[in-house]
Design a protein around this ligand. Structure first.
Ligand code: NI
Ligand code: MN
Length: 225
């Protein structure tokens, strides 16, 4: 059993009935977030990279819930120095946790704090939880090796950035889904700021035209599998 909740931007909560995992908890300062950071009960926080619109409320949520932050080594070390439990990983590696498995993949992007301190490489995440494989692409350009990701792990749900400017736009995101061939594609990383305005329904239309099952999620909407 799996519940997936979209919090807007690139933030999602996954719940297998026993464990909650949150990815990229950008809540405070996110104009579209339907919840407050205090509402998050997750004991696991997965980060794709260090940018503020992904790192978000990580430290507060982790301290309140005694949560483990799962991140790329350099970013995890930064978090650990602030008194939070971490599990350090790196691209290509995977590890089993109470809820399932995490594997970090390549993403073509940057990863720094607001002061430009570099936080290692950015990543995508394959999260296996509740019997499903979810590929959260992080912030990334389109790249051919996404084909390998789909070949090595059958992806049930692909969470794909469509907002352009900092990441793929809609047409590249549709091509990314053609490479990965998920059972369901869900757009993310759009309409939070004026420079990433995009129509998620256009993404859905263009995906379906290529034979990819896709749908939008409203802010706060929960899907059950
Ligand atoms: Ni970013
Ligand atoms: Mn971003």
């Amino acid at each position: 059993m799996l519940k997936l909740q979209y919090l807007s931007h690139s933030a999602f909560i996954f719940d297998d009935g026993q464990n909650q995992v949150i990815i990229d908890p950008f809540i405070s300062g996110n104009p579209n977030s339907p919840i407050k950071w205090e509402d998050v009960k997750a004991r696991f926080i997965v980060l794709t990279h260090g940018h503020g619109d992904h790192f978000g409320d990580t430290l507060q949520i982790a301290k309140k819930n005694d949560a483990v932050v799962i991140a790329i080594n350099e970013l995890a070390n930064y978090v650990a120095k602030r008194g939070v439990k971490t599990h350090n990983m790196h691209i290509g590696g995977s590890w089993n946790f109470d809820f399932g498995r995490v594997k970090f993949t390549v993403a073509h992007h940057g990863s720094s704090l607001d002061n430009n301190e570099y936080m290692g490489e950015p990543a995508g995440v394959i999260l296996s939880i509740g019997g499903k494989n979810i590929y959260h692409a992080g912030d990334t350009a389109l790249f051919m090796d996404m084909k390998l990701i789909g070949e090595m792990t059958p992806i049930d749900i692909m969470l794909v950035p469509i907002g352009d400017n900092f990441t793929m736009g809609i047409d590249d995101a549709v091509k990314a889904c053609e490479f990965v061939q998920p059972k369901l594609a869900i757009p993310m990383h759009y309409n939070t700021f004026s420079v990433i305005k995009a129509d998620p329904n256009e993404f859905v239309r263009k995906s379906k035209a290529k034979g990819i099952n896709a749908r939008t999620l409203a802010y706060g909407e929960i899907l059950e599998f």
